[in-house]
Design a protein around this ligand. Structure first.
Ligand code: ZN
Length: 331
């Protein structure tokens, strides 16, 4: 359902709530509505703000920044993006060209001033919540990282049993393929073929010496998603010992998946053979979709579908494929 967007002016500011405990401790930032139609984080943050206002929740150590609506233009429009996807190609830009560039110029220094990011999202099709983590510790060029143990420990305690890794390197391979296909890219296409295009909030946070988790709290309209978001904020505050609460237990029976392939929609008439949900299993060679000219799109290996988006725009990611990961997430 689309409501009118012309009767409210274009947002001109970003709202950030900050609470500083008198005792030192971690600096946590929580983001909602980086994508404007993903409002579970906004609702979860509003509930936590209410608890802070009423005195029901007391910050004991460190500092907490809450951003209920990180992309106000997309949120006002009830859409994923304003002028572009805020969660891609996220860098400070000395010559901002669009709304998201201007938000990035506020958001990037804000992220850099914190130690830990919890970024609350939701997804398009039905399915259970999951967390996305960064790479293992490494000194590579794409995403060097040294805080995997802390990030993993938090991911194990946010609530959801499913954890996904491998976003940025899978995305970088997809970008190379996209670039090879695109002869004369316009600016939007240029952005989507930049190897840095895969850098969103969590990748930027890691590049600035912090660690970060994206929590996908459920389907966009799932009434449970705001509850998942709210509980994850509390669990993070407890894990970081910023409130007087016991550290949460690690979730039992964790399923760790590695994103291994991203497949773009190439034509507006490319279509799925059936409505897929995230984590639907596929066999090697199974038909997933059909290109506009009738060519079948087959699963290259046995795995699971992630983020299927029937409404994807041509030239953008249509779905991902994941498989089981052997990475040890620790205690
Ligand atoms: Zn999102």
């Amino acid at each position: 359902m689309q409501t009118s967007t012309s009767d409210t002016p274009t947002p001109t500011s970003l709202r950030v709530h900050s609470v500083h405990a008198l005792a030192p401790g971690p600096r946590l930032i929580v983001l909602g509505a980086v994508h404007g139609n993903e409002t579970c984080g906004t609702r979860g943050i509003e509930r936590v703000l209410g608890e802070i206002d009423s005195g029901a929740l007391a910050l004991r150590r460190g500092s907490l920044s809450l951003v209920p609506v990180t992309n106000p233009l997309a949120y006002r429009n009830h859409q994923r993006m304003g002028e572009r996807n805020l969660n891609r190609n996220l860098y400070p830009n000395p010559q901002p060209q669009d709304f998201e560039d201007r938000i990035a110029n506020l958001l990037c220094p804000l992220l850099a001033a914190h130690d830990v990011l919890l970024d609350l999202h939701s997804f398009h099709t039905a399915g259970e919540a999951f967390a996305m983590i960064g790479p293992p510790n490494n000194v590579g060029a794409l995403e060097p990282f040294a805080l995997a143990a802390q990030e993993q420990a938090l991911a194990l305690r946010l609530g959801p049993r499913r954890i996904v890794e491998g976003w940025l390197d899978t995305y970088a391979i997809g970008v190379q393929r996209r670039l090879a296909r695109t002869a004369h890219p316009d600016r939007a296409q240029l952005l989507s073929t930049d190897p840095r295009y895969g850098v969103g909030t969590t990748e930027y946070m890691r590049s600035q010496g912090g660690y970060a988790i994206t929590l996908e709290c459920g389907q966009h309209d799932d009434p449970q998603a705001p509850e998942v978001a709210y509980r994850a904020i509390h669990r993070t505050l407890a894990q970081l010992q910023m409130i007087d609460a016991a550290r949460p237990e690690a979730t039992a029976a964790i399923e760790l998946l590695r994103l291994s392939e991203v497949i773009d929609k190439l034509h507006p008439d490319d279509r799925f053979v059936r409505p897929w949900s995230s984590y639907d299993p596929v066999r090697e060679g199974q038909a997933i979709g059909q290109r506009h000219d009738g060519t079948p799109v087959l699963a290259p290996f046995e795995g699971q579908i992630v983020f299927p988006n029937p409404a994807a725009l041509a030239g953008n990611e249509w779905f991902y494929l994941a498989r089981r990961s052997a990475r040890d997430l620790g205690p």
